[in-house]
Ligand binder design. Structure first.
Ligand code: HEM
Ligand code: PLO
Length: 484
């Protein structure tokens, strides 16, 4: 990147008093695509005013690395927003909480608790594999008539998270499981990141249907989680933690012991923090993983040759006599490439979560003042034709080198990077690998006769989701009877 004078300002869209640049941001395109278009006019680094908020958009991977990694500390803040503040009791979570020493401690605790149940432990693998088994049964019973795979996939992923967070396993149709799925769905529909209340916070004082629906589902969520929390507190022992809630409660106790001086409410990890972390692990764990799985299924329906190649790899390396396990991962490079390519071409979080500058700092040599909001547009980075050959084509091979070895291009950042990198990355990778490998080992996905291939445009809600599509599932040889 050519160095520019620190004083030079970032090209900015026009603005009006009060509205800021909003009139120039209309046009119906979702933000990530709109920003990608604005790059042609303003260059890869530009700014606008979201109402009163000065916002910088980063569309190239050098600048993204500066924001996330080189100057990651400077940009580790989060803006305060009405909806996410409601969702997290004023930032007592990880994802939407602003940077503070307590946030750092909290994030480390969550990270350690995740690692406890991470790739090292076979327990997590067992949890996922048992959920995979029931998913297979459900998909097989979907029959040969076309059906939407979304509800079954969501149930399976929700089940994994429920076991992981509070040791509950549900049968399909369980009332509590239904409740979790329902409130989560409702939050997803009403939490509009960057919606109008988040631009003009005073709008919250006016009646707002979406906001009151959000409040209602948060109440349902909190009732359920508080009950789980109380149950866990009553059973808390000195042994190994049996789930995430257990690990968090233990960590909370240790953090109080370690910092005896801090009895102040705002200086320690409270029950609210534990509750909000559990809620967030839920939300993040379900939305991202199920959406990524559905995107990959949608692309496999467009590219039957890719599905066949994954199945060939599975047949040669694993066979049909035993379930796939994490130890097979090294032997299944092509499947890994399919997963990566899915996350490249349709990142579930196309503009990440907004960052803010904690101090006066810079991007690409341009001065950026404290408090500036920064959006990292992963969509344009993952579709930049200078770094990706035919970026709009689904080509898993781009993640293999000439010798068939896996490569990770440096402009591939589906989980972000730096101090705000996704804390669930290894869990997500484990789930994606086990779900996809087990499904493709046991069944093939096809389009129903005469049905159009899935629409790949996507719809941006809280994550970028595929539009509903239908599949036909046929068992592969050896799996005709369902599971083994
Ligand atoms: C943050 C991606 C799964 C928990 C993020 C961010 C991205 C991301 C892009 C924002 C980074 C930033 O703002 O710079 C993904 C993808 C997933 C996935 C692609 C799956 C395919 C998960 C799972 C969990 C999780 C399974 C937990 C159970 C979080 C949390 C944050 C986060 C807590 C906030 C981190 C922070 O602000 O410090 N994720 N994620 N994610 N993710 Fe994930
Ligand atoms: C999803 C709905 C839940 O009820 C609450 C929730 C918590 C964490 C959020 C998640 C929602 C959406 C996806 C998010 C995640 C944190 C990181 C993740 C934003 C709102 C990503 C990758 O963007």
């Amino acid at each position: 990147i050519p160095k520019t004078k620190p004083s030079s300002t970032i090209p900015c869209l026009p603005r009006l008093p009060f509205l800021g640049s909003l009139p120039w941001l209309r046009g119906g395109l979702p933000p990530h695509m709109l920003f990608s278009q604005l790059v042609h006019r303003y260059g890869s680094l530009f700014a606008f005013y979201l109402g009163p908020h000065y916002t910088v958009v980063v569309n190239n991977h050098h600048h993204a690395k500066e924001v996330l990694l080189q100057r990651g500390r400077d940009f580790a803040g989060r803006p305060s927003m009405v909806t996410t503040s409601l969702l997290t009791r004023g930032g007592k979570d990880i994802a939407f909480a602003d940077y503070s020493p307590l946030w750092k401690l909290h994030r480390r605790l969550v990270h350690n608790s995740f690692t406890l149940f991470g790739e090292g432990t076979s327990r997590l693998q067992d949890i996922v594999l048992s959920s995979v088994d029931s998913l297979c049964v459900e998909l097989f019973s979907g029959g040969r008539r076309g059906f939407d795979p979304m509800p079954a996939v969501t149930r399976a992923v929700t089940n994994v998270v429920c076991t992981l967070v509070f040791s509950a396993t549900y049968r399909p149709g369980d009332a509590e499981l239904q409740e979790v799925i329902q409130y989560n769905d409702c939050i997803v529909q009403t939490i509009t990141r960057g919606g109008l209340v988040d631009i003009y916070p005073w709008l919250k004082f006016f009646p707002n249907r979406s906001l009151s629906k959000l409040k209602d589902s948060i109440t349902v969520r909190d009732r359920l989680l508080t009950r789980k929390l109380e149950e866990h507190k009553a059973l808390l022992s000195d042994g190994d933690p049996c789930d995430l809630l257990d690990a968090l409660l233990k960590g909370q106790k240790d953090s109080v012991r370690g910092r005896r001086s801090s009895t102040l409410e705002d200086d320690r990890i409270t029950d609210d923090h534990v509750l909000m972390t559990a809620a967030e692990a839920f939300g993040a764990g379900v939305e991202t993983t199920s959406t990524t799985l559905l995107w990959i299924l949608a692309y496999l329906l467009h590219h039957p040759e890719v599905q066949e190649r994954v199945q060939k790899e599975l047949d040669e390396q694993v066979g049909s006599e035993r379930p796939v396990s994490m130890s097979d991962r090294g032997r299944l490079p092509y499947l890994d490439c399919v997963i990566n390519e899915g996350m490249r071409i349709r990142p579930v979080s196309p503009v990440l979560i907004p960052h803010t500058a904690l101090t006066d700092t810079s991007i690409g040599g341009h001065a950026v003042g404290r408090g500036t909001r920064v959006l990292v547009n992963m969509w344009s980075i993952h579709h930049d034709p200078r770094f990706w050959d035919k970026p709009d084509l689904f080509t898993p091979d781009r993640f293999l080198d000439d010798h068939g070895r896996r490569v990770t291009p440096s402009c591939f950042l589906p989980f972000g990077a730096g101090p705000r990198v996704c804390v669930g990355e290894s869990l997500a990778r484990l789930e994606l690998f086990l779900f996809l490998s087990s499904l493709l080992q046991r069944m093939s996905f096809k389009l129903p006769d005469g049905a159009p291939a899935p629409n790949l445009q996507g719809r941006l809600g809280v994550v970028l989701q595929p539009l509903p599509f239908k599949v036909v599932v046929t068992p592969r040889p050896g799996w005709e009877a369902g599971t083994r």
